[in-house]
Design a protein. Structure first.
Length: 147
């Protein structure tokens, strides 16, 4: 994605049922950025994953061997599709916004997009008996009541 006219890399951690756990925006796709992302994602869940699926970037191999030596690192061709399938919806949401100016705002938009996707999929106990559009309204009401 582009932020202030420059390309940024978006890292997203997703669990086995499709719930977005963590989002990280970085100007580089190097070992330092991958290490920070995986440390945050592991710290968020407090559980070490058994299997990690990524694309075929060579930087992930060393970082995952260092942080998660027991995890199985999958780089098969179509296994990353669950992560990539939400990019189209995210791009459609960002297109009318005419771009983002800061990494912080990009992360906020991506996190809220992930939250809405998780609500639609029913990952939260919030109004699970309601249709998807009503779940979003109930979640918004809960958030505004908390503020």
């Amino acid at each position: 994605m582009k932020v202030a006219g420059r390309w940024r890399y978006v890292y997203r951690a997703i669990d086995q049922v499709g719930q977005v756990i963590d989002v990280f925006v970085s100007p580089r796709r190097d070992a330092g950025a991958a290490r920070r992302f995986f440390q945050r994602a592991i710290g968020t869940t407090k559980v070490a994953p058994v299997e990690v699926t990524t694309d075929q970037a060579p930087v992930y191999l060393g970082v995952l061997d260092e942080l998660l030596p027991a995890a199985w690192h999958r780089t098969d061709r179509y296994t990353n599709n669950r992560v990539e399938c939400d990019h189209g919806r995210l791009k459609a949401r960002l297109r009318p916004m005419r771009g983002l100016k800061q990494d912080r705002s990009a992360r906020a938009v991506i996190v809220w997009h992930a939250f809405i996707q998780n609500l639609r999929r029913g990952h939260y106990e919030l109004a699970t008996d309601q249709p998807a559009n009503r779940r979003v309204a109930v979640a918004f009401d809960e958030l505004t009541a908390a503020i």
